[in-house]
Design a protein around this ligand. Structure first.
Ligand code: WQD
Length: 342
C-alpha cells in the first residue's frame, strides 16, 4: 500500500473517535471521518476544527452501507489505515436491544473489511473492549486471559468481531485490537467531550449531569459486590490518553510493513477504582457535591475489571499520563461549557 497520510476514521464524530482525529491531525495525518450521526451530531466535528484550526473531512453515512463506503474509498482515498470506532457501545442498552447491537456492530465491521480488501488496504485498528473477558478470573487482566461468556450482548459483539479479525488476518489484513476499559474525561480545551443522547448510560456523564442539575440524582447500581466498598471496580482512562494510543498503534503497524501482525492490547491505567471512590474523587477534584442513592445491580455489569497494561506500555512505548482527578475535572469543565454554567 503506497504510504499516504490519509487515514479513514469510522465513528469519528463520536466521543473517542473525535479525540483521536485531533491527535491524528496533531501528528500530521489527514483523517477522513465516516459517521452516520446516529449516536452523535456535528458538535464534536466543530470542536475538532476549533482545536486544530483545520477543516474536517467528514463523509456522512453508514458503515453498513457498502455502496456508501465504496464511494468514500473511491473519492477520498487512498487510505493507509482504517481506525474503526463505529459501533454501539452501551453495556446496559445492549441488554435491552441485543439484535440491534449484533446487526450494527458486526455488519459494519464486515462491510468495512470487504471494501478495504477491494482497495488493497490492510491495516486496521479496532475499537475493542475489556468486556471481551466477561468477568475475568484474575485481575488486573492481561491479554492472555480467556474470553469467558460475555456479560452483555455488547461484549459478545466485540468477542465476535475479534474472531472475525483473526480470520481476516489469515487472509492478509494486519490488525491491532485495542481493548478499552472505561474511557472518561474530555479534551483539556473543553472543545470536545461526551455528548450522550438522552439519559446517559455511562457513569461519568451521569455524574457531571447530576452535578450540573440536569439530573436529580445519580443511582449507584449496587453496593453489595465483593469489593472493598461494595461498589463495582473499573479502570477509568482519560479519553486523550486513549486517543494517543490509537495513533501509536497505527504507527506500530506502519513501521512494520512486512510483518503479518494481529495483536490485541489492553488499554487502561492498571488502577482499579470503585464507583463510590470515583464519586468521592469527583467531589474533591471539582469541589462540587451532588445527590446519589444506592439502587439495585444493573444487568450486564461485571463486578470488577481493570487492566494489566504492561504489554501495550512496552509494545507502543505508551502509557496513560492523566490522573482520574484530571479526567473528572476535564469532564466537569466540558459539562459546564455545554450547559453554559460559569
Ligand atoms: C461503570 C460502572 C455501573 C451508571 C464501559 C463502556 C463500554 C466498555 C466497558 C469500552 C458500573 C456503574 C453506571 C450509573 C452506576 N468500554 N454505574 N450508575 O458498564 O463499565 O462499560 O466500559 O468498550 O463501552 O460503556 O461503564 O460507565 O456504564 O458503568 O452505578 O448511572 O458505573 O454499574 O459498575 P461499563 P458504565
Amino acid at each position: 500500500m503506497a504510504l499516504t497520510k490519509k487515514i479513514l476514521v469510522t465513528g469519528g464524530a463520536g466521543y473517542i473517535g473525535a479525540h483521536t482525529v485531533v491527535e491524528l491531525i496533531n501528528a500530521g495525518y489527514e483523517p477522513v471521518i465516516i459517521d452516520d450521526l446516529s449516536k452523535s451530531d456535528r458538535t464534536l466535528l466543530e470542536g475538532i476544527e476549533k482545536i486544530t484550526g483545520k477543516k474536517v473531512n467528514f463523509q456522512k453515512g453508514d458503515c453498513c452501507d457498502k455502496v456508501f463506503v465504496r464511494d468514500v474509498f473511491k473519492t477520498q482515498g487512498p487510505f493507509s489505515s482504517v481506525l474503526h470506532f463505529a459501533a454501539y457501545k452501551s453495556v446496559g442498552e445492549s441488554v435491552q436491544i441485543p439484535l440491534t447491537y449484533y446487526q450494527n456492530n458486526i455488519d459494519s465491521l464486515v462491510t468495512m473489511l470487504a471494501v478495504m480488501k477491494e482497495n488493497n488496504v490492510t491495516d486496521f485498528i479496532f475499537s475493542s473492549s475489556c468486556t471481551v473477558y466477561g468477568q475475568p478470573d484474575q485481575i488486573p487482566v492481561n491479554e492472555s486471559a480467556p474470553f469467558k461468556r460475555a456479560e452483555s450482548p455488547y461484549g459478545a459483539t466485540k468477542q465476535m468481531c475479534e474472531r472475525i479479525l483473526e480470520d481476516a488476518h489469515l487472509n492478509g489484513y494486519r490488525v491491532i485490537s485495542l481493548r478499552y476499559f472505561n474511557p472518561v474525561g474530555a479534551h483539556p480545551s473543553a472543545q470536545l467531550g461526551e455528548l450522550p443522547i438522552g439519559a446517559p448510560n455511562n457513569l461519568v456523564p451521569y455524574v457531571t449531569q447530576t452535578a450540573a442539575g440536569v439530573r436529580e440524582k445519580l443511582t449507584v447500581f449496587g453496593n453489595d459486590y465483593n469489593t472493598p466498598d461494595g461498589s463495582c471496580l473499573r479502570d477509568f482512562i482519560h479519553v486523550v490518553d486513549l486517543a494517543i494510543a490509537h495513533v501509536k498503534a497505527m504507527e506500530y503497524l506502519a513501521k512494520r510493513p512486512e510483518d503479518k501482525l494481529c495483536e490485541a492490547f489492553n488499554v487502561g491505567t492498571g488502577v482499579g477504582v470503585s464507583v463510590l471512590q470515583l464519586i468521592d474523587k469527583f467531589e474533591k477534584a471539582t469541589g462540587v457535591k451532588f445527590a446519589y442513592t444506592i439502587g439495585p445491580r444493573r444487568p450486564g455489569d461485571v463486578e470488577k475489571v481493570y487492566a494489566d497494561p504492561a504489554k501495550v506500555n512496552a509494545a507502543l512505548n505508551w502509557k496513560t499520563k492523566y490522573t482520574l482527578e484530571e479526567s473528572l475535572l476535564h469532564a466537569w469543565q466540558w459539562e459546564k461549557k455545554i450547559r453554559n454554567i460559569q
